[in-house]
Write a protein that binds this ligand. Structure first.
Ligand SMILES: Cc1cc2nc3c(=O)[nH]c(=O)nc-3n(C[C@H](O)[C@H](O)[C@H](O)COP(=O)(O)OP(=O)(O)OC[C@H]3O[C@@H](n4cnc5c(N)ncnc54)[C@H](O)[C@@H]3O)c2cc1C
Length: 486
C-alpha cells in the first residue's frame, strides 16, 4: 500500500523553470491534475468554523468547494463557486492567498496550509472546460462595441473589471438584465490590460467573460461613459440603476526633473502596450511587442505592478533589470512569492534608494541620479518614513525607466456626473459597503472607491452592490423601496 502523504505537507504546485520561462510569455505556475487536486483537497480538515472563509475578502464557500474537489466533483465545485465569485480562474491565479484564506488555515501553524488558490484555479478550469468545451476557449463571437450596440436593460454596469463582472454576475443570477459598458476593447479591466500574460493569461479572463455572456450578461466594449454618453443618458435609455466600477487607472508620476524624457514611461503605459500587442496575437489588432534586447532597465517602486513590469522587461530581452525601492525589502507592498519569482528570473533589487532626477541628452534618457535613503519614524501607513542620506548621490546609466509608483482614480466620469461626490485622490464616496453613492440609483465599488487595491476586494464590492441593487429593484417593483442616495 502506498505511504500516505503527511497531512502537513502540500501537494507541490508545478512551476516552469526560470531559464525556460524568461524567454516567453506563457504561464509560470502550472495547474494540478485531477489526482493531485483530490489529494490536496483531502488534506483539508473541514473545520467547523472555516477560518479560510473568514480570511477571504469575498468570503468564498471554500470549505464546501474543497469537499467537492476531494470527492472528484470539480465541475460541481465550480458551479458552487461561480454563484459567489464569477472569476475563480483569475482569483485562483492572482490572489495574495498567504495573507488571506491560506494565511488563516490552521494547517499552516504546524506545516503547509491547504493550497486553496491552486484548487480554485483547478476547479475553475474543469468547470470552464465543461461549460465552454475548453478552459480557455476563445469567445464565440467578437465583443460588441460602440454606443449603438447598447441595448437597454435593468442595470447598466460601467466598467468590465472584476468589480463590474461580479456585480453583473450577482444581478443576472437574480434574473435581471445587465449591460456592461467598458472603454477598452476586451472585458476584464486590469486583468486583461495590466496583469501580464505569464501571471494571468488573457484567454482565462476572456473565458470567464464568455461564461457570463452565456449566462445572459451583455457586454459592450469601446464605450466611455462621460465621453460617449453620460450617466443621465443611461437613465434616459430606461436603465433603472447604474453601478460604477471604473477602477483606478490613472498612473501617478513622481514630479521630479526629467520625467518628460523619451525613455521614461509609467508601468501602466508599458504594461498596456505589451497587453495590447498580446491581445492582438489573438486576432484583435496589429500592435507589435516593444523590443528591449540588451537594454538596461530601471523600475521605480516595489509593488505588484513593479514586479510585473520588471519581469515583462526581462521577457522582452532586457539584460539588466533593477528594481529600486526607497524603503527596505520587508516594507515592499509586493507579494513575497512575486519577488522570489522575479529574482529567479534575473531581476535585481536595491533597497533604500530613490531617484532624484532623470538625466538626458537631446531629449533621450541616459541615466538616473540616485540618493540613498534611511528610515525614520512611522508614517500614517505604519511604515517607517524614508529620508535622504546627505551627500549620498550617485549616477546610474539607464536606457529605460519604468515608474511603478501607484495609481489614482480618473476624474473624467465624476467630472461629467453632477452630484456624484468624490473624496481624496478622486475616489467615489460611498455610504455603506454595498456602494450607495450620493446619487439616487447609482452605486459604485472596486478600486474607484477604495483606491488601487486587489482583484478579490473588487469582486467582493461588486457582489455586494449587485445583491443590494437587486434587492432595491425588487422592492421598487413592489412599491416598497425608497431610492438610496441623496
Ligand atoms: C499591473 C498590475 C498588477 C496587479 N496585480 C495584481 C495581483 O497580482 N493580484 C491582485 O489581486 N490585484 C492585482 N492588481 C490590482 C487589481 O488588478 C485591481 O485591484 C482590480 O483590477 C480592480 O478592479 P476594478 O473592477 O475595480 O477595476 P479595473 O480592473 O481597473 O477595471 C475598470 C474598468 O473600467 C473601465 N472604465 C474606466 N472608466 C470608464 C468609463 N468612463 N467608461 C467606461 N469604462 C470605463 C476600464 O476600461 C476598465 O476595464 C494589479 C494591478 C495592476 C495595475
Amino acid at each position: 500500500m502506498a505511504a500516505r502523504r503527511p497531512q502537513y505537507q502540500r501537494v507541490p504546485i508545478p512551476h516552469r523553470p526560470a531559464a525556460e520561462r524568461v524567454h516567453d510569455f506563457a504561464e509560470v505556475a502550472l495547474t494540478y491534475d485531477d489526482a493531485s487536486a483530490m489529494a490536496e483537497a483531502q488534506r483539508c480538515l473541514q473545520c467547523y468554523r472555516p477560518a479560510c472563509e473568514a480570511g477571504c475578502p469575498n468570503h468564498n464557500p471554500i470549505k464546501a468547494f474543497i469537499a467537492l474537489v476531494a470527492q472528484g466533483r470539480a465541475v460541481e465545485a465550480a458551479e458552487l463557486l461561480w454563484a459567489h465569485n464569477p472569476i475563480p480562474s483569475c482569483t485562483g491565479r492572482v490572489c495574495a492567498w498567504e495573507a488571506q484564506c491560506e494565511g488563516a488555515c490552521p494547517l499552516g501553524r504546524k506545516g503547509e496550509p491547504i493550497a486553496i488558490g491552486a484548487l480554485e484555479r483547478y476547479l475553475a478550469e474543469r468547470g470552464l472546460a465543461a461549460r465552454l468545451g475548453s478552459p480557455e476557449a476563445r469567445p464565440a463571437a467578437p465583443w460588441p462595441s460602440g454606443v449603438e450596440a447598447v441595448e437597454p436593460g435593468d442595470v447598466a454596469v460601467v466598467g468590465a473589471g472584476p468589480a463590474g463582472l461580479a456585480c453583473a454576475n450577482a444581478l443576472s443570477r437574480r434574473g435581471l438584465s445587465v449591460t456592461v459598458l467598458d472603454g477598452w476593447m476586451e472585458p476584464g479591466g486590469v486583468m486583461s490590460y495590466g496583469i501580464p500574460e505569464f501571471v494571468l493569461p488573457k484567454r482565462a479572463v476572456a473565458a470567464e467573460a464568455e461564461r457570463l455572456r452565456r449566462q445572459g450578461v451583455r457586454f459592450v466594449q469601446g464605450v466611455v461613459v462621460g465621453r460617449d454618453l453620460d450617466v443621465d443618458d443611461l437613465f434616459a435609455m430606461s436603465f433603472r440603476a447604474v453601478f460604477l466600477a471604473i477602477g483606478a487607472n490613472e498612473a501617478r508620476t513622481m514630479g521630479i526633473p526629467g520625467e518628460e524624457l523619451e525613455g521614461v514611461v509609467t508601468a501602466k503605459d508599458f504594461l498596456m502596450a505589451v497587453a495590447r500587442a498580446r491581445l492582438s496575437d489573438g486576432g484583435h489588432g496589429s500592435e507589435e511587442l516593444p523590443e528591449l534586447g540588451g537594454r538596461r532597465v530601471v523600475v521605480i517602486g516595489a509593488g505588484n505592478t513593479a514586479m510585473d513590469a520588471a519581469r515583462t522587461a526581462r521577457r522582452l530581452g532586457a539584460t539588466d533589470v533593477t528594481v529600486l525601492y526607497r524603503r527596505a525589502r520587508e516594507h515592499s507592498p509586493s507579494r513575497p512569492v512575486e519577488m522570489a519569482l522575479a529574482e529567479e528570473e534575473g531581476v535585481r533589487f536595491e533597497w533604500l534608494v530613490a531617484p532624484r532626477r532623470f538625466i538626458g541628452q537631446s531629449g533621450r534618457l541616459m541615466a538616473v541620479e540616485l540618493v540613498r535613503m534611511e528610515l525614520g519614524e512611522p508614517d500614517a501607513s505604519g511604515r517607517p518614513t524614508p529620508r535622504p542620506v546627505p551627500a549620498s548621490e550617485s549616477v546610474r546609466p539607464a536606457d529605460l525607466v519604468i515608474l511603478a509608483v501607484g495609481y489614482g482614480v480618473e476624474t473624467s466620469l465624476p467630472a461629467t456626473t453632477p452630484g456624484l461626490e468624490t473624496g481624496p485622490g478622486g475616489r467615489i464616496l460611498v455610504r455603506d459597503p454595498s456602494g450607495v453613492t450620493s446619487l439616487p440609483r447609482v452605486w459604485a465599488g472596486g478600486d474607484c472607491v477604495t483606491g488601487a487595491n486587489t482583484v478579490v476586494h473588487a469582486v467582493a464590492a461588486g457582489r455586494l452592490a449587485g445583491e443590494a441593487i437587486a434587492a432595491y429593484l425588487a422592492g421598487a417593483a413592489a412599491g416598497a423601496a425608497p431610492s438610496p442616495g441623496r
